[in-house]
Design a protein. Structure first.
Length: 100
C-alpha cells in the first residue's frame, strides 16, 4: 500500500494521465506525420520518421505500462504480463478521472 499526501496522490494520478496523453498523441500522429514526411522528403525521410516514431511509441508504452498506482502501489496498467490501457487501475480499480 502506497502512502502519499493528498497532493502527492493527485500529482501521481496526473502523471499517469500525462504519460497516457503522450502515448495516445504518438499513436494518433503516425499517419499524418508519415504522410507529411512522404510528401516533403520521400521514402528516406518517411523511413527515418517511422523509426523515430517507433522509438517514441516504445518509450511511451513503457512509461504507461510501468506507471505505479498511487493508491495500491502496483503497476496501474499491468497485472502479471498482461497490460490494459484502461482508465482504471487493474488492481484496485482506482479511476484516472478522480480529481482533487
Ligand atoms: Zn491501484
Amino acid at each position: 500500500m502506497a502512502e502519499f499526501t493528498t497532493q502527492e496522490f493527485y500529482e501521481r494520478l496526473a502523471g499517469i494521465r500525462l504519460r497516457r496523453k503522450f502515448l495516445w498523441s504518438v499513436f494518433f500522429s503516425y499517419i499524418p506525420v508519415i504522410w507529411i514526411a512522404l510528401k516533403i522528403g520521400g521514402d528516406g525521410l518517411a523511413i527515418g520518421v517511422g523509426i523515430f516514431w517507433l522509438i517514441l511509441a516504445s518509450i511511451g508504452g513503457v512509461m504507461v505500462s510501468f506507471s505505479l498506482c498511487p493508491r495500491c502501489g502496483n503497476r496501474f496498467h499491468m497485472k502479471g504480463l498482461s497490460t490494459s490501457w484502461g482508465s482504471h487501475c487493474v488492481h484496485c480499480k482506482l479511476s484516472l478521472k478522480e480529481r482533487s
